[in-house]
Each structure stands twice: as structure tokens, then as C-alpha cells.
Write a protein that binds this ligand. Structure first.
Ligand code: SF4
Length: 103
């Protein structure tokens, strides 16, 4: 027979894990969609080679989010947050007109 105290001590860790998991899921920013208004305004593409270079003359081959000063992802990560697009996740291989050479 399970006493009330035993039940409480067993239930608390399970509840804490569930709350922690839910919190982690909600804390992950959304990925920026190429169709978002800010993305279209900045010419953002998940794949920098797809950038409209005629429209966005500041684009040059080799420039991408991973080598942008504003990219907040860690080296080797495929996606990272970016402040100019509202903190959403951008692709490391992407690019937009707000690109700044990493110092
Ligand atoms: S500001 Fe930099 S990291 Fe952000 S989307 Fe533009 S190129 Fe990528």
C-alpha cells in the first residue's frame, strides 16, 4: 500500500520533469520563415546562394549567417537566433541584407 507521503515524494520529481520539458519547448525561438515580412524586406534566404543578388547588391558569395556578427548560434549549429529578425532562428547557411562581417 502506498502512503500519501510516498505518493507525494514520487509525484513531485515526475511533475518537475514535465514542467521542465514544457518550459524548454516554449523557450526555443521559432525559425524565421522566408515569407515573413521582415525576411522579405531583408532578402533573407535559408540558403545564401538563393539570394537575389541583383536586388540585394550587398550580397557577396561566401557571406552567410554563420560568419555574420549578428548570428547568435554556436559554431557548427545549423540554426541560431538573430536579433534583426526579432530573435527568430536563422539558418547558418542563410543570409540577409543586415549581414555584418564577424569581427
Ligand atoms: S543579420 Fe546576419 S545572422 Fe541575421 S539573418 Fe542577416 S545575415 Fe543572418
Amino acid at each position: 500500500m502506498t502512503s500519501r507521503r510516498t505518493f507525494v515524494f514520487r509525484a513531485i520529481p515526475v511533475t518537475a520533469v514535465l514542467i521542465g520539458t514544457a518550459g524548454a519547448a516554449f523557450s526555443q525561438p521559432a525559425r524565421l520563415e522566408e515569407s515573413d515580412a521582415v525576411a522579405t524586406a531583408l532578402g533573407y534566404k535559408h540558403d545564401a546562394s538563393k539570394v537575389d543578388a541583383k536586388k540585394f547588391a550587398s550580397y557577396a558569395a561566401g557571406r552567410n549567417c554563420a560568419n555574420c556578427q549578428l548570428y547568435q548560434g554556436k559554431a557548427g549549429e545549423a540554426w541560431g537566433a538573430c536579433a534583426p529578425v526579432g530573435g527568430k532562428l536563422v539558418n547558418a547557411k542563410g543570409w540577409c541584407a543586415a549581414w555584418v562581417k564577424k569581427g
